[in-house]
Design a protein around this ligand. Structure first.
Ligand SMILES: Cc1cc2nc3c(=O)[nH]c(=O)nc-3n(C[C@H](O)[C@H](O)[C@H](O)COP(=O)(O)OP(=O)(O)OC[C@H]3O[C@@H](n4cnc5c(N)ncnc54)[C@H](O)[C@@H]3O)c2cc1C
Length: 154
């Protein structure tokens, strides 16, 4: 008789849930069930085309939570949250910043063994994608660049 059931059930196939499910399922002996509240992104160009992210906001792919009434504030702020496989990482803009080594050192000092800058750098390499620099004719002229950007580029 075929055995049914799972060793692990992960609720939420968003950024964290999908990564945890992927890592756990690397072990063929572990049966992983990933439950996602939204639809799959497989073959759906509306989701898979990065430049379309902004058109996903406040659609069926967005929980679009709203702030509760504020006595002295803005009542109408929409707090976007992705409702699809991949969660918010399926409609975010894929900006990623490598934290400074000192931040990792603080984590290690607080007990996060194995999370040092040196330990994490290989994973950063797996995430990073080399981008084609913008050709010179499409770059803003030096005089029209903001002052901060000019001084950083020297
Ligand atoms: C518009 C936008 C742009 C962003 N841009 C960037 C960026 O450029 N760079 C960056 O680093 N970060 C960015 N972020 C933030 C980043 O995407 C999120 O912090 C991160 O993806 C959150 O991951 P998570 O796993 O905690 O949650 P999520 O990715 O939101 O995953 C939660 C998942 O759980 C599912 N779920 C919820 N309730 C249930 C339920 N009851 N049953 C089943 N499934 C359920 C949801 O549908 C969702 O898929 C952006 C966020 C948004 C909203």
């Amino acid at each position: 008789m075929e055995e049914s059931g799972y060793d692990v059930v992960i609720v939420g196939g968003g950024t964290a849930g999908a990564v945890v499910a992927s890592r756990l399922s690397e072990d063929p002996d572990v049966r992983v069930c990933l439950i996602e509240g939204g639809p799959s992104d497989v073959g759906d160009d509306r989701i898979l085309r990065l430049r379309n992210w902004i058109n996903l906001l406040e659609t069926e792919f967005d929980y679009a939570y709203r702030t509760v009434p504020q006595p002295r504030g803005n009542d109408h702020i929409v707090h976007s949250r992705g409702k699809m496989l991949g969660g918010c990482s399926s409609h975010n803009t894929m900006i990623s910043l490598l934290p400074p080594p000192a931040d990792f050192a603080d984590w290690v000092a607080a007990g996060a063994t194995g999370w040092s800058y040196a330990d994490m750098l290989p994973f950063w390499g797996r995430l990073a994608t080399r981008m084609q620099p913008v050709v010179e004719r499409n770059q803003p002229s030096t005089s029209s660049r903001p002052r901060a950007a000019r001084s950083m580029s020297r």
